[in-house]
Design a protein around this ligand. Structure first.
Ligand SMILES: Cc1cc2nc3c(=O)[nH]c(=O)nc-3n(C[C@H](O)[C@H](O)[C@H](O)COP(=O)(O)OP(=O)(O)OC[C@H]3O[C@@H](n4cnc5c(N)ncnc54)[C@H](O)[C@@H]3O)c2cc1C
Length: 468
């Protein structure tokens, strides 16, 4: 533990209550337990000394000014659905929860923009937008996640092939600095060449630079039709080999996922529902939107041709809205299903799309060498590979001895193929050890200098991304 941080005492807690209101300051152990970790599998828990539920930016200013005075660590938290330990308060102190800042302030149809507070969930925004002809296209599988959390992790998800990730959909932010001052960057305009882009710097900074208090999101016109294509293969490599050719077609799918059969079995066990073609080794799942069903089906015809050339055994479009929904829902259940099956570690490496097949081949060799099962699925269309090393049929001693080496070698392989440590989950505290595989000491020092410029006392989300 870092001894340079201060601790909350009765006097500081009294000040917190004066700033945020008694009902918004939690200090009893049972209340704190729900804020001790995120959704990262089998994470250690770290109790904060207090949770403050902020209702507005002024309260955050008050809390951060107080924390700066006494050098108390402050960890921002959205919905806690992160999977890298980003909102886990590893140094205790204050968890600053944004859950109460959940107002949609404006849907500006003329400027294709939504102005929201950071605690608004994806689910709430989607429901509000369903009343308009507009939609927010970023779709990280977990709808209870907040937009503030999405910004802080630069969340991706299934629609990234066409729409990119959160970074591409944010027009501007307001944020509170660790000294309590408020900054704004960006606006309802779609371009700017006006100095450094601080909004973009905050995106993906995992709550280590400032607390985002207001967000201007870019909206897009709601597509009229959306269809899914499910393609079984006898071999994962064949499935992945088909991807570059699919992406060269004149239309771009919104999502293009690959799935290994092991995952299908795990999800079937978890949901109690059978998946189509579940005996095959691997699958591609395409999500496509368009102006008409015919337009999409014509595109799927071309995709089917490519896939069959690469050994696909069939290509199935679900026959009903219900069947389509079930397929998409099953994809969303991968993470909880694996979590329910065995303990595991998760890799979120992204590689250039042309390297996915080679990377997975290398991962299978590493998995074989260490005799630890590694199952793969992910966003084939954007090169983001999710791998789970599964703790099954292995002694604790062997797991503890071998698994860290397996993980390091997998990350090294990803980097050697020109990739990055995390495609969408963030570094948090779980992936810190791998960052130097990707960046030189000089590059990491530059990041630390940026951190220092924003947060000279190092109080905001310490212990994340790198050790300051
Ligand atoms: C089942 C499941 C499926 C998932 N699928 C995907 C997926 O497909 N793609 C994907 O990208 N992610 C996915 N995730 C991960 C997760 O949903 C995202 O990381 C999400 O962006 C986290 O949002 P949150 O509100 O829960 O943030 P939290 O977990 O609360 O926090 C995440 C990070 O953001 C910081 N933070 C939160 N709010 C603010 C703020 N207002 N200002 C500054 N910093 C802040 C925190 O300090 C922390 O570092 C999945 C998670 C689960 C459980």
């Amino acid at each position: 533990m870092n001894k340079t941080f201060g601790k909350l005492d009765a006097r500081i807690i009294k000040d917190l209550i004066a700033i945020a209101g008694k009902e918004n300051v939690l200090i009893d152990k049972p209340d704190l337990e729900g804020y001790a970790c995120d959704e990262m599998a089998f994470s250690e828990k770290y109790l904060p000394q207090a949770v403050v539920k902020a209702a507005n930016a002024d309260i955050i200013t008050g809390v951060l000014s107080l924390a700066a005075r006494y050098k108390i660590p402050v960890t921002p938290r959205g919905a806690g659905t992160g999977v890298s330990g980003g909102c886990t308060p590893v140094y205790g102190g204050i968890v600053l929860s944004l859950e109460k800042m959940d107002r949609i302030l404006e849907i500006d149809e003329k400027n294709f923009a939504a102005v929201v507070e950071p605690g608004v969930t994806l689910d709430k925004l989607n429901k509000e937008l369903s009343r308009s002809g507009l939609y927010y296209p970023v779709y990280p599988g977990e709808l209870s996640a907040t937009l503030g959390g999405n910004i802080a992790t630069n969340a991706g998800g299934m629609n990234a092939v066409k729409y990119g990730v959160t970074r591409q959909q944010v027009l501007g932010v307001e944020a509170v600095l660790p000294n309590g001052n408020i900054i704004k960057s960006g606006g309802k305009y779609v371009k700017s060449s006006s100095g450094y882009d601080l909004a973009q710097l905050l995106i993906g900074s995992e709550g280590t630079l400032a607390i985002v208090t207001r967000i201007i999101l870019k909206l897009t016109t709601r597509p009229l039709f959306r269809e899914v294509l499910f393609v079984p293969f006898n071999d994962l490599q064949d499935a992945i080999d088909a991807v570059p050719e699919i992406l060269r077609l004149e239309m771009v799918p919104i999502g293009l996922e690959f799935i290994e059969r092991d995952i299908i079995e795990i999800v079937e066990r978890y949901t109690g529902k059978e998946m189509p073609y579940h005996d095959y080794a691997a699958f591609l799942m395409l999500i496509m939107e368009g102006k008409s069903e015919n337009e999409i089906l014509e595109y799927f015809g071309k995709v089917e041709e490519i896939c069959k050339k690469h050994g696909a055994v069939a290509a199935m479009v679900p026959g009903s809205e219900r069947a389509k929904r079930r397929l998409l829902k099953a994809r969303e259940q991968f993470y909880p299903a694996i979590k329910a099956c065995a303990s595991f570690d998760v890799v979120d490496v992204v590689v250039p799309r042309s390297e996915v097949a080679k990377f997975i081949k290398k991962v299978k060799e590493i998995s074989h060498k260490y005799e630890i099962k590694v199952i793969a699925y992910g966003h084939a269309g954007d090169g983001n590979v999710h791998l789970h090393s599964i703790r099954l049929n292995i002694t604790d001693e062997d797991w503890n001895k071998k698994e860290p080496h397996l993980m390091k070698e997998i990350h090294e392989a990803g980097i050697s193929f020109g990739g990055a440590v995390s495609g969408e989950h963030g570094i948090g505290f779980a992936k810190k050890a791998y960052l130097p595989l990707q960046f030189s000491p000089e590059e990491i020092e530059l990041m630390k200098a940026i951190k220092k410029a924003f947060d000279p006392n190092g109080i905001l989300n310490p212990g994340k991304i790198f050790d300051s």
